[in-house]
Design a protein around this ligand. Sequence first.
Ligand SMILES: [Zn+2]
Length: 212
Amino acid sequence: MIYTVPVTGVFITNMYFLIDEKTKHGFLIDPGASADLILQVIKRYGFQIEKILITHGHFDHIGAAEIVSNKLRAPIYIHEKGKRYITDPIWNLSEESGLKVVLRDVQYLNHGDVISLESNPNIMVHVIYVPGHTTDSIVFYSKEEKAAFVGDSIFKGSLGRSDFYGGDEVQLFTEVITKILTLPEDTVLYSGHSEPTTVGIERARIYKKVVE
Ligand SMILES: [Zn+2]
């Protein structure tokens, strides 16, 4: 089951819970801000968060990660290229907003890794490396839920931005086409800053644009 919680820092970011209904254990994806709100929701619904997953190291996706991680004793996972972002407030864009967000204690992921719940290993996500928005962008794909948490690589109706540190417009386009839009077309794409969309809808939109 997927729950969306919009969290507000400098920007509004969609934070997600992927929860096993049977055990209430699950993953928390992109705690960008509002640590108190996140912890309240977890308490109210009785969730047990096993791992905190990060789609990329921009500050509006990691801003509350350390506080939430410490409170819940849940480790943080990010792509190995995320080291540059989580240690550098210029690269993670927090400095220009007057903040200095850094993460100290994280575990690193690579393309092809599979992360499953300890309480129910049938609940799992696949790590798909999709650089272009940043050098560390990954997608967490759940086949069972027909869901992909895509961060800022693609939104409903547009691709993500590629003009930040480590961004690359051609790479983003190629990676989205070959690694996200090749998932089953009924896969729901949950992004950092838009309504959900589907692979089918975005594929039709992008190919129409290419043909025009
Ligand atoms: Zn971003």
